[in-house]
Design a protein around this ligand. Structure first.
Ligand code: GDP
Ligand code: IMO
Ligand code: MG
Length: 421
């Protein structure tokens, strides 16, 4: 069976830490979408590490890790990640498998990402500039190169053909940047990538499932960044929701058991696009400061606000969430008052559904207030020890969503996770 762990907001919910925590319970951790736009932070032996494309199970000796076909892979960033992982004494080749169907991010994809953002001007997506959009466009446009293609004799010819296509596009966007250095680095990284276990991912995973092995599919980004169900066009270019697991790994829907949704106790977003509960005041600043809300991939300050139950409820619906993990609850420790968005006021009407096009309308969040717990929870280890006032906050969220918060994360550390019975 396959369990899924994914983000329910706009990314950075703390997925990396939670996957690392659950990893020993699974035989395989598999990434099914996204690419180096992701930044998953883990603490290993109290040392921070940020993973972008390698699954967050890599630090566990007995866990296999698969980069699935739904991922777009940048070999250069991958090589750097492997070097980082090696610093922890991990033999990264031993437990890491890559699907031959995984699409490659080319240097010109990165250039196209940048050119497209410049062309959009004020309407830019706020992309991570990792080439994600252009790489997925080449996948659906049936032009892209895949990991398995590296082993083909005509690979360089195929590469040049695609680069020429990209160069025409770049010229039409009036974008001129010398990519020679990127390209050299890229081909070096391709040689490095060839030394890995490149597999037919769908047979690999289904055979393991047949043997009774367990899989945790690790989502990247968040549900509100899903290309179909997110705040389009301010989204990423993949299906971040649970349905993406089937297409991104080649597993059938009936193999999926639990869908574990991760949400912060508040809400953040990095990049452009609608964010109804965003706070532009001191409280927003406080959330950013206390939560150290700066992008793990780009270092950009994250926009901060209160938890949005309208969006969360929508995310639970499209994902079929069966269990919730609430992260960064400790960030709310010092606040006197907490707010929870229960509805959107649009044209004087209260709605509890996420509208089709959030950018075209003024949305005023309707809040319910809660008393803050004003207790340092970072050292607590059991549900019974949690402040009573905090239980009110969590119970309200459970009831609204109809799904239970089953774990509360009270700090970035590996051991800072409390199971709620
Ligand atoms: P991901 O992309 O979902 O894996 O999340 P990121 O790594 O981008 O961002 C989450 C940040 O919050 C990281 O810096 C984590 O170390 C940190 N973090 C995770 N869980 C907690 C928590 O419960 N409390 C606090 N204070 N920090 C946390
Ligand atoms: P993790 O896995 C937060 C955002 C970007 C931008 C939009 C499109 O760490 O949660 P892209 O580069 O995908 O074309 O950017 O999506 N974005 C993320 N925001 N966490 C992420 O990943 C993100 N990956 C992309 O900021 O708004
Ligand atoms: Mg992140």
């Amino acid at each position: 069976m396959v369990d899924v762990l994914l983000g329910l907001q706009w990314g950075d919910e703390g997925k990396g830490k939670i996957v690392d925590y659950f990893a020993p319970q699974y035989d395989i951790i598999a990434r099914f979408q996204g690419g180096p736009n992701a930044g998953h932070t883990l603490y290993v032996n109290d040392k921070k590490v940020v993973l972008h494309q390698i699954p967050s199970g890599i630090f566990h000796e007995n866990t296999l890790n698969l980069i699935g076909n739904g991922v777009v892979l940048d070999p250069v960033i991958f090589k750097k990640e492997c070097d980082k992982v090696a610093e922890f004494g991990v033999d990264f080749r031993k437990n890491l498998y890559i699907s031959e169907r995984t699409h490659l991010i080319l240097p010109t994809h990165r250039a196209l990402d940048k050119a497209s953002e410049i062309a959009k001007g004020n309407d830019k997506i706020g992309s991570t500039l990792k080439g994600i959009g252009p790489a997925y466009m080449d996948k659906t446009g049936r032009n892209g190169l895949r990991v398995g293609d590296m082993l083909d004799k005509s690979f360089t010819t195929q590469y040049i053909r695609l680069r020429l296509k990209h160069e025409k596009l770049l010229t039409s966007l009036n974008f001129h940047e010398d990519i020679t250095a990127w390209e050299e680095e890229w081909f070096e990284a391709i040689e490095f990538l060839k030394t890995f276990k490149i597999v037919n991912g769908e047979y690999f995973i289904n055979e393991k499932l047949k043997e009774g092995k367990s899989v945790l599919a690790e989502g990247a980004q968040g549900s509100m960044l899903d290309v179909d169900f997110g705040t389009f066009p301010f989204v990423t270019s993949s299906n971040t929701i649970s349905a993406g697991v089937c297409t991104g790994l080649g597993v059938a829907p009936q193999k999926i058991r639990d869908v574990i949704g991760v949400t912060k106790a508040y809400c953040t977003r990095v990049g452009s696009g609608p964010f109804p509960t965003e706070l532009h005041d001191e409280t927003g600043e406080e959330l950013r400061r206390i939560g150290s809300e700066f992008g793990a991939t780009t270092g950009r300050p994250r926009r901060c606000g209160w938890i949005d139950l309208v969006a969360l409820n929508f995310a639970c619906m499209v994902n079929g969430v069966t269990k919730l993990v609430m992260t960064k609850a400790d960030v709310l420790d010092p606040f006197d008052e907490l707010k929870v968005c229960t509805a959107y006021k649009i044209n004087d009407k209260l709605v509890k559904a996420v509208p089709f096009q959030m950018t075209r309308m003024a949305i005023e969040p309707e809040y319910k207030s809660f008393k803050g717990w004003k207790t340092d929870i970072t050292a607590l280890q059991s549900a019974a020890a949690l402040p009573v006032v905090m239980k009110d906050y969590v119970t309200f969220i459970n009831d609204y969503l109809g799904v239970k918060v089953a774990w509360i994360s009270n700090g970035p550390g590996r051991d800072q996770l409390i199971e709620i019975q």
